[in-house]
Design a protein around this ligand. Structure first.
Ligand code: GAF
Length: 384
């Protein structure tokens, strides 16, 4: 839905024009999975799919929320009654942002909000971060809070961790808030320093496909938290603040010190090698060799499947089928346990690859996957 339509719908719902309309995208993570809560490196880029919000201020302590994508009418909440983990619906994401802003001492006195999103939900493409960031940006502008993008991302992460109750890292919110069109974002999650790395697939005759397996996932479930706790245990056993502090060339020695902690060993090996894969990917992109990142992506998938153990049969089938049909590289993307995979391919091979994956899914009796091309797009912005 475009800005105009969202604004018109707002006017129908609330009886007045909105003060503005904002957008925030979903993301694909190119490489750097489950490194963000280990102070490591990530490399997402923004999708053209985005959450659009028409918003106006209120001064009476009331937050009214409506979504085009969810059945039901306007939800009305009192700001002074917002409390962590009391809401299990979609409204927890926008309300959580208002809660986090107020908790941090920012004077937000209410809002009317109408939302519409094209980011697929439960597909590992950060639909929730898009909802959070679009609200944060709108309120930052409307209430003249003067917060920088990285700070908005931090507040959105706090909304997700504390208000929603999902123990996620900082990648998705930063991607939605800070990505730039035609670039991937090389982010150091320790200090949030960022570099925009040009990533023009089309100019190189390449495409990056997203294959949404239609297997839904959620991060508030236990498995994500278990992996995070296992990584923190590894850091504690090794006497470092975070696994980021284990150098790649010191990995074998570190693993040897973990003795018979088999599970922790696997988690540590994934995180340390994944940080190295991000650095290798950045170096290859800087050298203008996009094709050469293919095998790095595929290595990343093997590590997530065998060491981190968060893949699933559908994601493995995408990767195996795409590689057998000539893809340059493929991996699951996002939190795992379902969601989406990415496939790097020559433009000329896209149709063959798509057909191969669809046929393999049909033969395995899996749900029909949704395949689309990912174009590195703009981060969050004001539309009107
Ligand atoms: C999810 C989380 F929200 C991110 O913070 C990140 O940990 C990712 O899974 C895995 O890389 O998207």
């Amino acid at each position: 839905m475009g800005a105009q339509q969202v604004a018109e719908r707002f006017a129908e719902l609330y009886g007045a024009e909105p003060e503005g309309v904002w957008a925030a995208p979903g993301r694909v993570n190119l490489i750097g999975e489950h490194t963000d809560y280990n102070d490591g490196f990530v490399m997402p880029f923004a999708l053209p799919h985005q959450a659009v919000a028409a918003v106006s201020r209120r001064d009476d302590g009331v937050l009214r929320l409506h979504s085009e994508d969810v059945e039901g009418g306007v939800v009305e909440l009192r700001l002074d009654a917002l409390a962590p983990q009391t809401d299990r619906e979609w409204t927890a994401y926008p309300a959580g942002v208002v809660w986090a802003l107020r908790e941090a001492g920012h004077e937000v006195t209410g809002a009317d909000v109408h939302l519409s999103s094209t980011v697929p939900t439960g597909a590992g493409l950060s639909s929730s971060a898009a909802l959070e960031v679009v609200i944060a940006l709108a309120l930052n502008d409307l209430y003249d809070l003067g917060l920088q993008r990285w700070k908005l991302a931090r507040l959105c992460q706090r909304a997700e961790n504390v208000y929603v109750g999902a123990p996620t890292g900082i990648m998705d919110q930063t991607a939605s808030a800070c990505c730039e069109q035609g670039h991937a974002l090389f982010l150091d999650t320790r200090d949030l320093s960022q570099q925009q790395i040009p990533f023009d697939l089309v100019a190189e005759g390449l495409r990056l496909l997203v294959v949404d397996t239609q297997v839904k996932h959620a991060h508030s479930g236990g498995e994500y938290g278990k992996r995070r706790a296992g990584c923190e245990k590894g850091a504690a056993l090794l006497g470092v603040d975070a696994l980021r502090d284990i150098p790649y060339d010191g990995l074998d020695a570190a693993l040897a010190r973990l003795g018979d902690e088999e599970e922790v060993i696997r988690l540590v090996r994934h995180v340390v090698t994944e940080d190295e894969r991000v650095e290798r990917t950045v170096a290859l992109l800087r050298a203008g060799d996009i094709r050469a990142i293919g095998p790095v992506l595929t290595e990343g998938h093997a590590s997530l499947r065998d060491d981190f153990r968060i893949s699933c049969p559908e994601l493995d089938l995408v990767v195996d089928t795409a590689l057998a049909a000539g893809a340059l590289g493929a991996r699951m993307t996002g939190g795992g346990f379902g969601g989406s995979a990415i496939v790097l391919a020559e433009a000329a091979d896209v149709d063959t690859l798509t057909k191969a994956v669809e046929e393999a899914f049909a033969a395995a009796d899996f749900k029909t996957p949704r395949v689309f091309e990912a174009v590195p797009s703009a981060g969050a912005r004001r539309l009107v």
